[in-house]
Design a protein around this ligand. Structure first.
Ligand SMILES: [Zn+2]
Length: 432
């Protein structure tokens, strides 16, 4: 099948009035170009009369793209680029499609031919601009949502957050029953009940089932005091609060206290191991930061004498690299030792067997057999030792908190940190 040329023409009624050129004029210009460059090719005309270039949904445009996808067309000729599309994103989309189907595109008046070097540069620029446009559009979407928030409307789709109902105009009003449950749970938490207990108590009293794992989040989200956090901005008095500020502060204090003193001490990877270069053993402190109802806990090691603290993740990064090297070193030494042991025990066994043979305790066949067996044993042992399993940093990131805690406490006896230099001065390893 010989591929043909597509001539695309579009005119809106407004164009005709403003610019004076209609379909006829476009057709003449395109025809001239075709006569000049493709005098022997068959031409099919696609004409959208009275359509705007707002998008690509035009009947003749659709038919042309369809023909192109079927491989019927080798070149699309248009009068001007703005006959094809009117925005950068659509232009880029169209040109990309055209290129994907191994077709070329010429805009006669714009002197654009995407197969030329200039044309390719133009396509590159288009892709950048269209990327930029898309980003601007998504910024606009966020801005639109922020506008919603400013006018007091809840911008997240779906159900209202627990404790509120959504009104028809998108605002949140208190759901008295749910608000009572949240307050009851908060009271219990401040009194010292565990999250698991509270979960059971609430079910017994209200029939409301909530996994204890998500309970804390529900209680400490800022929305409870009316504050909504959205894209890094806090909106005070966004919703009617269901908890008073005093109670909320008590709750946070309690949460921070439990963080340090309960079983959760394991969340401090270097519990009781970190010392300040001034000599003090460091204590645990944590801060809780809230963002869009999600709380994040930041853990620190704190020297009360210097009144300075160091972030746990920072320490972890600093320490684990050294730790893995040390582990590697220890394992290597251990393996060398074992290797030597195996070799020397083998030598003495060989000697025994040889002596036994020499003194006619065993015959030659037994001697030969035993020697071969020993040699085989030795090879197996050495092979096992030669595969050193190298520990990597990625291993650390795969560990659960409990594993990290156990690993660190198995290896390390003391860590000294210096605040002035912001470095780990020394790591003391347990003797192995
Ligand atoms: Zn200190």
């Amino acid at each position: 099948m010989k591929r043909i040329i597509a001539m695309y023409l579009r005119v809106s009624t407004l164009d005709q009035a403003r610019n004076g050129y209609g379909l006829g004029d476009q057709e003449v210009q395109c025809k001239k170009y075709i006569d000049l460059y493709y005098p022997n090719d068959e031409v099919e005309i696609y004409k959208d009369d009275g359509y705007s270039a707002k998008n690509l949904e035009r009947p003749e445009m659709a038919r042309m793209l369809d023909d192109m996808k079927k491989g019927k067309i080798h070149t699309i000729i248009a009068f001007k680029l703005d006959r094809l599309t009117r925005n950068v994103v659509d232009t880029y989309k169209l040109i990309k499609q055209v290129m994907d189907y191994n077709c070329s595109l010429v805009a006669v008046v714009d002197r654009l031919d995407i197969t030329s070097a200039n044309g390719r540069m133009f396509v590159g620029l288009l892709s950048l601009i269209s990327q930029w446009e898309r980003e601007v559009i998504s910024e606009r979407t966020i801005a639109g949502l922020e506008q919603m928030v400013r006018s007091g409307k809840y911008p997240c789709g779906g159900k209202a957050p627990y404790g509120w109902n959504k009104t028809e105009d998108g605002k949140l009003v208190i759901n008295e029953d749910e608000a009572e449950i949240i307050n009851y749970m908060t009271d219990c938490y401040i009194e010292g009940y565990s999250l698991k207990d509270i979960s059971k108590m609430v079910f017994a009293k209200y029939g409301y089932r909530k996994s204890w794992r998500h309970l804390k989040e529900l209680l400490i989200r800022k929305l409870n005091i009316g504050v909504f956090e959205f894209h890094g901005v806090s909106y005070d008095d966004f919703v009617p609060p269901i908890m008073n500020l005093n109670k909320y502060n008590e709750l946070l204090k309690m949460a921070a206290h439990r963080e340090v003193h309960s079983l959760e001490k394991q969340t401090y990877t270097f519990h009781h191991l970190v010392y300040c270069s001034c000599g003090e053993m460091m204590q645990h402190v944590c801060t809780i930061k809230h963002n869009s109802g999600v709380s994040t806990i930041y853990r620190y090691y704190y020297c009360s004498k210097c009144d300075k603290r160091v972030n746990q993740s920072f320490l972890e990064k600093e320490i684990f690299e050294t730790l893995f090297l040390e582990e590697f070193r220890i394992k290597t030494i251990e393996k060398h030792k074992k290797q030597e042991q195996i070799l020397s025990s083998l030598e003495s066994k060989k000697e025994e067997v040889f002596n036994a043979y020499k003194e006619n305790v065993v015959d030659f066949d037994t001697y030969k057999f035993t020697m071969a067996k020993l040699e085989k044993e030795r090879n197996v042992a050495l092979k096992e030792l030669s595969s050193l399993d190298i520990v990597s940093n990625s291993k650390y990131f795969e560990m659960t908190q409990e594993e990290k805690y156990a690993y660190v406490h198995d290896m390390i006896s003391k860590i000294i940190f210096d605040f002035d230099e912001q470095i780990v001065l020394s790591i003391q390893f347990k003797r192995k």
